[in-house]
Design a protein around this ligand. Structure first.
Ligand SMILES: [Fe+2]
Ligand SMILES: [Fe+2]
Length: 273
């Protein structure tokens, strides 16, 4: 993997061009019901990025000029992912409609998590290593999920749109991964980061969307042979980070909560890690 250059990232950063998408072509091709349900989950999570940013701004993340610059571009790009998926679903005849609760609404667990993160960041100067590792895991699993969705949905307009979105996701992943790698060269930092990931990590969207939706999406995208290979690749990549050689992430989560043979679909993936 090459080194990360913030200037190159800035030169390539930009929003998805919503005018360039063939919206009129969307209803001309069938879309599997599983893909629609998965897209609804993804749209909600993409548009939740602004809320995630709120808790990030309360941490040391913005003390580093490269991280601050990256985050400004990142939130811009993620916002457009949300808008593009929203338009796609509307064009396909499945508009999102209003959320039961606005994105800014926090339940007690989310409020506590944000405060705990801010406090930990204040107490521990290397907290940013956790944030960067977390970002790398989430971006890589998002990227992998979009690639699986492209293959399963087999819808030409969706594929073109997701090709464009995954370009952004892979650049996001690259930034976070390189930052995490650099910050965890110190063993003590890597050890604490690993402890936190082991204890608290759950897939993107846990606690934002109902657990049943997360489990449905995970099964839809990752239950077949290609899905299982994709999941293993995510974990293998994260295992190359310093101190993470034995970490168990998506594959273990899938095994625990989203095995295709399980019939309940409602067991909880959040808060138990
Ligand atoms: Fe995104
Ligand atoms: Fe991203």
């Amino acid at each position: 993997m090459a080194s990360f250059d913030i200037d190159t990232y800035l030169a390539r950063s930009g929003a998805v061009d919503l005018w360039a998408v063939d919206w009129a072509g969307v209803p001309k091709h069938p879309l599997p019901p599983g893909a629609i349900r998965t897209l609804r989950y993804m749209q909600d999570i993409e548009s939740h990025t602004i809320v995630y940013l709120r808790s990030l701004l309360a941490t040391r993340a913005i003390d580093d000029p490269d991280v601050a610059t990256f985050l400004a571009c990142w939130v811009h790009e993620e916002t457009f992912h949300g808008l593009a998926l929203e338009r796609f679903l509307a064009a396909a005849g499945h508009p999102m409609g209003p959320r039961p609760k606005p994105h800014g609404h926090e339940n007690f667990a989310q409020w506590f998590e944000a405060r705990f993160t801010a406090l930990l960041s204040r107490l521990w100067p290397d907290f940013c290593a956790v944030h960067m590792t977390w970002g790398a895991i989430n971006e890589l699993s998002t990227l992998t999920a979009y690639r699986r969705l492209m293959a399963l949905a087999n819808h030409p307009v969706l594929s073109t749109l997701l090709e464009r979105i995954t370009l952004d996701e892979s650049r996001h992943f690259f930034f976070y991964y390189r930052q995490a790698e650099r910050r965890m060269q110190r063993r003590a930092v890597a050890r604490v980061a690993r402890l936190i990931v082991d204890r608290f990590w759950a897939p993107v969207g846990s606690g934002v969307q109902p657990d049943g939706e997360l489990i449905f999406m995970a099964r839809y995208l990752f239950s077949d042979d290609e899905g299982r290979v994709a999941v293993r690749k995510v974990d293998d990549t994260i295992r190359r980070l310093p101190g993470f050689a034995s970490v168990r992430l998506l594959e273990a989560w899938m095994h625990r909560y989203a095995r295709a043979a399980d019939g309940d679909g409602g067991s909880n993936g959040h808060g138990q890690h």
